[in-house]
Write a protein that binds this ligand. Sequence first.
Ligand SMILES: CC(C)CCC[C@@H](C)[C@H]1CC[C@H]2[C@@H]3CC=C4C[C@@H](O)CC[C@]4(C)[C@H]3CC[C@]12C
Length: 890
Amino acid sequence: MDSHGSSLDHAQSQLSGVEKVSCGWHKPTHSRSSSTASSRHSRLNIKDWEVMDDFPVDLNLTGENMQDANTPGICEGYLMKRRKWPLKGWHKRYFVVDKGILRYSKNQHDFSKGKMHGALDVSLAVMSVNKKARHIDLDAGDILYHMKAKTPDLYYIWVTKLSAHRMHKKNEAAQVHNGFLQALSQSSNLSHKNSPMQEMGTSYVGEPLPCVNPAVNGKVSAWLQTQEPDICAQELTRCQIELNELQRLVQKLHSLESGQMINNGDLQRIISMQNLLLDKPKKKSGKIWGHSHTLSRAEALGMLSSSHLTSSAHLGTSVPSIPDYVSTQATPPASTSSESKKLHQDICSMSLKVHASLRTAHEALAQERQRLQDTWSSRELHQTTSAQINNLCSLAELDVKSRHTKIHKLSVSSDSSEESFRTVLQRKSGSGRSLSFHAPSVADSGAEYFDACDELMCASSSEMSDESGLSDGSSNSEPDEAHAMASRKYRASLSKAPAKLNSIKNTGRRTTLPAVCPDNSHVGLMTILYNNIGKDLSRVSMPAALNEPVCLLQRLCEELEYSDLLDTANHTDDPYQRMVYIAAFAISGYATAQYRNRYKPFNPVLGETFECIREDRGFRYISEQVSHHPPISACHAESNNFNFWQDQRWKNKFWGKSLEIMPTGMVNVTLKNYGDHYEWNKVVTCIHNVLSQQRYLEHYGEVIIRNLKSSVCTCKITFVKSRYWGSDGSKNEVQGQVLDETDNIVHRFGGFWHEGIFCDTLPNLQCIWKPNPQPKNYMTYYGFSSFAMEMNELTPDLKPLLPPTDTRLRPDQRLLEEGKIEETDKKKDEVEEKQRERRKILAKRGEEHIPRFFRKTLDAAGKEVWLYNGTYWKIRDNAGFVNVKNLELW
Ligand SMILES: CC(C)CCC[C@@H](C)[C@H]1CC[C@H]2[C@@H]3CC=C4C[C@@H](O)CC[C@]4(C)[C@H]3CC[C@]12C
């Protein structure tokens, strides 16, 4: 490590104006691992990756000494930045880090003109470096940059500078945090004279915390004083007092144990021990690396949750990075003195109190949120507000559009009046063949028409892009303002379209779950993930409180929620229009992700099955877990209109704050009337801020739908990666085109995977798909849709007809559904243990598990696929599963 330091000095001396920074960057601690063979990084040696140490944030910095602290200078220059799509590869970009914000442009000239491509707050990012390859990765949860320095010198300079900025910004954040706490305590003294603590006769008077920004104080105090004393405020007051006490106790413990505290060397040893294990997963005994190794529940549950950690260092906007966490988790050497033991106990009990207060405050806020949500979802308000917003949007768009037109000279008309934006019309709507763009005709535009097409097409060659793609193979679209405007138009049109009526139809199935979902914010996810770096999320056993009461086989079935789109496709003569419906179906499968980021589905055990017969929707579905290592779920659905099948397997990549899921299987649909066989890939799903409660899902990349039976048309759908400057309004955007044999656009459509798809090139039907409204109180029921709620329902008449391997009969999942969390944990352990036993027995006999209802074969492209073997429904319809030999899974 020292060698880093000396080369650094050398490098710095070469650059004038780059001052020395004592940031200790040369103490990177944690090696990173990735499980993805396809990753560009994985071609580099995993051992060469290190996650940068985070520096202790001094919560006691005052305004004065803050100013004394070295404010890191600006650092600017060219770095290579990895870009995914289009023009995949390394591109030279001009970077500037100033006041903790890293910005970049295409070149220096652009930068000086303020033409920015992206920006990232380095203090909120996990920074991983690879000295050998001179790579620097910054993962800020929402945005991820992969950068590379041309020379070792530049690499050192950048790492140093970025580290210095990170440290500085973190200290700043800590100060604001202190200021906030102080303001809170001051104002609470004023406004809550009868705070619970005082009523309880607590004599502790919190020392005023240092504060640098009186303006912040003033504002916060004023704000707090105007609030009604509600539960939340009371709890926060209490929390503040407890935190003060906690701080005092910790300080006391520090001084008592100084000299005994864990030092950096110890920390490094702990981490490298872990990395040693991580680097050799296969060679280690099954105990550690086999499926059997999981973090004990007690361990996991006992850990501080990420949200707690967050609040200790920042203003709750960021997740701590690995070393932060590791150092908080490293147990100091046991102190022998009874005083220190007592302190430990006090700290624990005080922490519990803080936790309880925060929890109450959290619940109060959650209730408030629910109330707001309920109000919002009450139709009238939603509709009137949406209509108002749409109107405002339209006006704003016209203005922006007008300027945009002038600048880019893209529009078909140089006239920027309202009419000139209603230009896309279909000439040969009957055949659905190529579109033409001609003079505006308001009369023609019964629905929304606009000239987004030019812009949509040229967007892909635009240089103005957020290039922060997360992984190889994922596309990274770059909509410019026109593109963004197009999507706003799609959104406006969608909001006007009524929701499908059949969604509210009574199916005779249950409309809610037996129990509400557990609060899992206390689960120490960070420990679990870091103990399992490089492993599939699906192979990591987690506490049941993290699970939702559906398994992945059921989750795959959820992709059929909008199977009516396939029915429509099967009754659509025009092949181009047919493709639009297939595309909408492919997109609709992602809609549920909007509300499903707090829990993970159960991992099916090998041989587990799930059937789903939906007379109302006209299909029946069967799925089976056909492989455990790697986990593969195969499924097949049939109806009078279509067949649908896929086998799902995926790879995970964990970048420090975000987890990417890269599915590798293809989805297949055949249509009965036309003999079409459509096949498409799935996009990358990224769980942003995976360790925190601000977790959310994003899908990005390109889906190509091909009809293997005809080359008349293909479809390209882009799941647009959200842009750093994009407001929430640009999230979850999808754009698509149906292309003819010569790649002419025949149809185009767009929208949002959580809001719907609008096609402005179809002759009549414009809104092709809109997700069903969520059921009432859905957030208290795992964010489930009505369709999801129906998944695990077990009615008395169904029970005897199911094979014993059916998920509905899986005891741990059933317990979770009933809200019995502790029992679920126990049962889940048993089910997993049983699976391991079966595995061992098979291995001993030298046998392999053979799936019952699916067979492995190769597709035309030579890829391994799993196809339904036809036996499930035969057995069910004839002898029944009671009369055949079944696996005993639980
Ligand atoms: C640690 C836990 C609590 C975090 C939550 C993880 C959740 C959000 C993860 C775990 C497994 C994930 C799923 C795994 C596989 C697929 C198939 C893919 O084609 C679409 C995304 C989808 C359906 C993922 C969605 C997100 C998912 C459900």
